[in-house]
Ligand binder design. Structure first.
Ligand SMILES: [Ca+2]
Length: 565
């Protein structure tokens, strides 16, 4: 698996084509023409990154794979020659061929040479996944902040990476986290708040851990259910260590409830844990510690990154920020500071904590070798007085209105993902697992179950204009789809714009999200083709459940999947 990542496969196709073309040309004049292409290779990412790899700290990863392994073999002296290839227009073709062949041999022969696992690992990119809670589209500066609270760090991250405007998630905390970490629509996992997901699920953390990554969660878990201590801790799902809350933020209100009785009711705590050990209580989770848990999680995350940089180990830092889920009470540094209420203060808090992590990446010298994903778990908080905003969209979380399932998402990977792009291509949180697997060059996506995510790396890196997805299925309670998104169209099977309220007739409605972002004008009757297209998407999905039946909600461990038909 790791060996594969060391081969020439990782060269960009234009480089491979040029090198191959050069070798095939017999006529010296024509060869010189091809040489001009080859000479330009540094501009598309071969020799230049080699030089960077030679001069930068060990954790720098090269674009296009594992070429920096060369330096690990003591071949650093090749680099001046490579530079001479790009600068010496008069070099004789046979010399050029020699160096190209040498380069090719080294690239191809890489896996043949024994290389320490550590040397491989330090070339894999680190991953930082920042995942605020109930943070709606309309709070973030670069997404058109309704409250006008500055979010300079998130905005800058967007300028340095890609900003998605059609990023899709599941409708609520637990199901969103299940989909995020498993690459599967949550309905397949049986994820529900009170029981979380079974140990049988394989998470991104487990996959990356198997590829040699250090893994940690600092923040909110919410995938272990009420009995999370019984085999459903973060450390039971691939995280080496964790700190934070096992369930959700509203438990911070428990100890101040008028009827709270510690003798008969469970006191919520902030916990910490390491793989192989039971988690330990750190302190009571209440309205005061609710304000500070995200900052503490950021600082622990930075400590985790620092330790792994020293250990030359790639890492996956999952930082599920608890803001701005209710009670939306920001860190004391921000409480009352923005003039835009609790949500405005919390948004500033989120931006600040994001900045702490980003600054640490820079300080540690691993900015270029780290994929940063910043996205939110579901749409805007709706509970008053902490009612968030969905920007141009209608609805809030716990619905499949766009305000519930379309959230901000920014991805940065310097040198790989072009900076400053904004895209309305459809992406889903379930795509992260296969996309990150491709990004780190590890075959870690499970093959014995239905995976709904698709690899979006070619799109994110600009090698392909379109997303590998043009549909999304939205399922809330039960297994019946509530809505389907197909290209610019969205078809509601049960139009339910308010969470908990009954569906509003006519239940089936069709909207064009470009012309009608608020989902107000039903176009079903003038587009009679639409339902059959949507029904086909549902039928295709349902067909997969014959082979891969859903894990039932509340399934106990150990879960054993039934044999599919
Ligand atoms: Ca949430």
């Amino acid at each position: 698996m790791r060996g594969k990542s060391l081969t020439c496969r990782k060269l960009p196709p234009e480089v491979s084509r040029s090198v191959t073309a050069y070798k095939r040309v017999g006529d010296p004049k024509k060869r010189r023409g091809v040489f001009r292409q080859v000479r330009d290779l540094p501009r598309i990412g071969v020799a230049e990154p080699l030089v960077q790899a030679y001069s930068e700290p060990a954790l720098t990863t090269l674009p296009y794979g594992r070429v920096s392994a060369l330096t690990g073999y003591g071949h650093g002296t090749n680099i001046p020659q490579l530079n001479s290839v790009q600068s010496d227009n008069h070099m004789k073709p046979n010399r050029i061929l020699f160096w190209l062949n040498l380069l090719g041999c080294l690239l191809i022969a890489g896996p043949v040479f024994a290389q320490s696992a550590q040397a491989q690992q330090r070339q894999r990119p680190n991953i930082v996944l920042i995942f605020p809670d109930n943070l709606g589209w309309g709070e973030v500066g670069v997404y058109g902040s309704v409250r006008g609270v500055p979010t300079p760090r998130i905005d800058r991250l967007a300028a340095e990476g890609i900003r998605l405007t059609n990023f899709n998630v599941e409708f609520s905390c637990t199901v969103s986290r299940a989909a995020l970490l498993t690459g599967r629509y949550a309905v397949r996992t049986g994820a529900v708040q009170n029981s979380g997901i079974t140990q049988w699920e394989i998470t991104i953390a487990e996959g990356l851990k198997s590829a040699g990554y250090a893994t940690a969660l600092f923040g909110k878990w919410h995938l272990g259910g009420l009995k999370w201590q019984q085999g459903r801790q973060p450390t039971d799902q691939g995280f080496d260590e964790w700190y934070g809350i096992p369930m959700t933020s509203n438990e911070a209100q428990t100890t101040t409830m008028p009827n709270f009785n510690p003798a008969t009711m469970e006191t919520p705590y902030i916990w910490e844990g390491k793989a192989g050990e039971p988690s330990r209580k750190v302190k009571v989770f209440d309205l005061e510690t609710r304000r500070t848990v995200d900052r503490e999680a950021a600082l622990r995350g930075i400590d985790f990154m620092s330790r792994n940089v020293k250990a030359h180990k790639p890492f996956f830092l999952y930082y599920p920020i608890t803001q701005i889920h209710f009670p939306t009470l920001a860190h004391p540094d921000f409480a009352g500071k923005t003039g835009a209420g609790d949500i405005g203060d919390a948004m500033a808090d989120v931006d600040y904590n994001t900045g702490l992590v980003l600054d640490a990446l820079k300080r540690l010298g691993i900015e270029r070798n780290t994929i940063v994903i910043w996205c939110t778990d579901n749409g805007a908080e709706q509970r008053r007085p902490w009612r968030g905003t969905s920007g141009p969209w209608s609805g809030f979380y716990n619905t499949v209105m766009e305000g519930g399932i379309r959230t901000p998402c920014i991805i940065r990977w310097p040198g790989r993902i072009p900076a400053g792009r904004v895209s309305n291509e459809i992406i889903h949180q379930i795509d992260f697992f296969p996309t990150l697997a491709a990004a780190v060059g590890a075959d870690i996506v499970p093959k014995d179950r239905a995976i709904d995510g698709v690899n979006q790396l070619p799109f994110l890196t600009g090698k392909q204009a379109k997303s590998n997805r043009d549909t999304v299925i939205y399922i809330t309670a039960g297994t019946q789809p509530r809505a389907i998104k197909w290209k610019d169209w969205k078809f509601h099977y049960v139009f339910q714009p308010e969470a908990g309220a009954p569906g509003v007739p006519p239940l089936m409605r069709l909207f064009n999200l470009r012309s009608d972002p608020k989902e107000e004008s039903d176009l079903k009757d003038v587009n009679p083709w639409a339902q059959s297209v949507m029904d086909k998407i549902v039928a295709d999905f349902n067909a997969t459940t014959q082979r891969y039946p859903h894990v039932p909600p509340n399934a106990p461990d150990p879960y054993v999947p039934p044999k599919g038909n």
